[in-house]
Design a protein around this ligand. Sequence first.
Ligand code: AMP
Ligand code: MN
Ligand code: MN
Ligand code: MN
Length: 296
Amino acid sequence: MIQPPAPEPPTPQPPALHALKIDLHTHSHYSDGVLSPTALVERAAAAGVNILALTDHDSTAGLAEASRQADSLGLKLVPGVEISAAWRAQSIHVLGLWIDPCAVPLERALATQAQRRHQRMRNICSRLSEMGLPGESLLATVQAHPGLPTRSHLADAMVAMNLARSKADVFKNFLGKGRAAHLAADWPALDEVIGWILSSGGVASLAHPARYLLSAGARRQLIADFAAAGGTSLEVVTGGNAPQHIETCSALAVKFGLMGSVGSDFHDPQLSWNPLGRSLKLPDCITPVWRGYVSE
Ligand code: AMP
Ligand code: MN
Ligand code: MN
Ligand code: MN
């Protein structure tokens, strides 16, 4: 008997835009994240993330590796970076998304950021030595790490040497603002950093706007200055954000005519407050920064 032809298997359809899981803020071990870019992308894919930005602090060194792994797993990798900037003596983080990491002005600028980070780490460790702590071996431990040095690495090294009970204690007692071993970094001005991102073809999104210790008026002025300098997005939803932060940030985005981004700020699988793959839903009143980059 002639068998009827087997029905064609359904062609897999890409998920609808609103059903995509998007995370535009994560770290690898090229800054203070724990995972390699390969392991990060694998973990994101396993958690159902469709579109992922790797945004290491002041470094694009992990992007090529992340992009290779994303290609092999069918996940879209957004080339990104989280750049440290200064605004009124406050450290501010600006996400550069859809940047071209090979753009020469950005490459040069990130090389100066790396020098600043190395110099600041040497200065902090000298200060720790003056305080009677083992600054030189702490510096050696931080420098043995593959990525750019951050205070997060130093805090880990101090906990490992039993100089503090936890990372939070290190920031509270030594490295946090106003503490004995806190050294302000000479980060470039906010508008200069935004200029680097724009010149590399990227979009600038102000990272975790609710996390800066600013009055409501100062926060509004920060965002006004950010928008005036060419920033076009706020990170409205970020890992660990309370619902009132999302509301505050949405209202600010609407007030200043900015789009919105979402991101976990994932660093470490051991930290439970910002896991990869948690739904990060942008409020309906906000235009997604990925509109125009991501097709349905
Ligand atoms: P840096 O960019 O060198 O100033 O280091 C800042 C990094 O340290 C941040 O990106 C966080 O990952 C981490 N960090 C800052 N404050 C704390 C804290 N209180 N506890 C744990 N990690 C922190
Ligand atoms: Mn960090
Ligand atoms: Mn940040
Ligand atoms: Mn971050």
